[in-house]
Design a protein around this ligand. Sequence first.
Ligand code: CUA
Length: 325
Amino acid sequence: MILATEPQPASWQLPPAMSDTAGPVDSTYNFIFWFSVVFLVVITAAMMYFVVKYKRRKGVKSEPTGHFNRLEIFWTVTPTIFIAFLFHAGYSSYIRNATAAEGATEIRVRAKKWSWEFEYPSGDRAPGELTLEQGRSYKMILSSDDVLHSFFIPEFRLKRDAVPGQYSFIQFTPTVVGDAHVFCAEFCGTSHSGMLATVKVLPHKEYEEWAKTLGKCVGTPEECKPEKYGETLFVKNACSTCHGTRGDGLLGGSKSPGPKLAGIFNTMQPMATGPGVMADENYIRESILRPNAKIVAGYTTVQMPAFVMKDDQLDAIIAYLKTLK
Ligand code: CUA
């Protein structure tokens, strides 16, 4: 395995390749592509030649064509061999990518409408950002909290469905230091296109440094004030994909899937069932940890997934929500 510090440049068809899983996929893809180009040219040229050669001519009557067994066997057997070869190329790299390396680091990936959450072996959870060490083997254990999603990292050439009520797996070793991207590749509702995350591949030393900060606020004392840290968490947890930018309850000018958060603090909120509820600290805390305990009137169609957070993170988000007007 070759480790590199610079991402290999993207080709005219494919994004940069950043993991050990990318090579076999690229060579299979390139082989199929050029194989198809050659046959496209040969078949089209032959077709044009025959169109001209056998076009209707005055005084020539067409005769039915007979059988030519040797030719028919040739054009049946040859493509079968090619297809068997292509199947082998695709299947062997599929099997290779489906087998985790011994001692691979396991990371839990939870898909939810509409964000990705990564849980590291330490138990710390990081939303929206997957940090990996260059040259380390990983096994991702995927699941979904609600509907079908698909975990797709183009730079690793990996895509796997995240299915509710079931685990699925992908394994790889990032080989190149740099940034990659997570997309959701299964249409999962109104904010499907916003279901993104970043992947950071760090060299060993930087990774060790990063690991110390996992689950804590990273930044200047100013950036780690509760309301600022809360804003960072609000963005990273993709709260805005359901509650609108800065919790204004709007998405693209119309009502967002989740209720408005700005300006609700210490006001009565009407519930879908039962009496209204005072939007205080306890209410916000409960709504993050057990979102379906109390549902605001008019928002029963979309279920919010539950979030797991540490107390200081909850405090920070509450502090941030208080600042929204
Ligand atoms: Cu999740 Cu599309």
